[in-house]
Write a new protein. Structure first.
Length: 211
């Protein structure tokens, strides 16, 4: 009986829908190049939007041995919250349930040497919908505006903070990401140009309109 109010709360926390037009950007995260594209609302995807990312994921030892995909396809709802995640280059994925919860599949390595092979490890999150902690800087780039503010639940789907109750909150340039204070800077159009702070260095070199 608690699921519907929680789902509603998740949408209200973010505060506003994402801009409806498709958009793409490129730059660097922690010195590594990235590219991402957010598509339009798609009725064939249940009214959700396809988010494509090319990035350098964290090393497995920093996320409890999980191998994260470097070219994931992610479904976002109109508030920018994760619906599903297909890592594509690994076994990793996030699957939604009918109640708004998630079934998470982590790819881990078993054995060693010639006997090493990928295997699946399953996690379950009760919801509501959330941002992926490891992709939170990219999520923020889609939602942030210079004069805006918002809040969303964050989950470390594949990493060691999975069981923690995490949030991201932002108000203008001040961003609190799961307890780490970051500073956001805007470009001439009021969109995110950079995000700096302990352990995070995001630089967006250009925003691109997408047909």
């Amino acid at each position: 009986m608690r699921c519907a109010p929680l789902l509603l709360l998740a949408g209200l926390l973010l505060g506003a829908d994402l801009a409806p037009d498709p958009v793409a950007c490129h730059g660097s995260l922690d010195g590594e190049r990235f590219w991402m594209r957010l598509g339009p609302t798609d009725r064939t995807l249940g009214g959700n939007r396809l988010w494509q990312i090319v990035w350098t994921p964290p090393a497995p030892e920093t996320v409890q041995g999980a191998h994260l995909g470097d070219v994931p396809f992610i479904l976002l709802d109109p508030q920018g919250l994760t619906v599903a995640h297909n890592a594509r280059s690994t076994l990793g994925r996030i699957l939604p349930t009918a109640t708004g919860a998630y079934r998470i599949v982590r790819e881990i390595q078993t054995g060693s040497g010639d006997d090493a092979r990928p295997a699946e490890e399953i996690r379950h999150d009760r919801g509501p919908r959330a941002w992926d902690l490891r992709l939170a800087a990219f999520h923020l780039a889609l939602a942030w505006r210079a004069d805006g503010h918002g809040e969303a639940r964050v989950v470390d789907f594949f990493g060691p903070r999975f069981s923690e109750d995490l949030r991201i909150r932002w108000d203008g340039p001040r961003v609190d990401l799961a307890g780490t204070i970051l500073t956001a800077r805007a470009d001439a159009d009021g969109r995110l140009a950079a995000l700096d702070g302990p352990g995070v260095a995001l630089v967006i070199q250009g925003w691109l309109a997408v047909p």
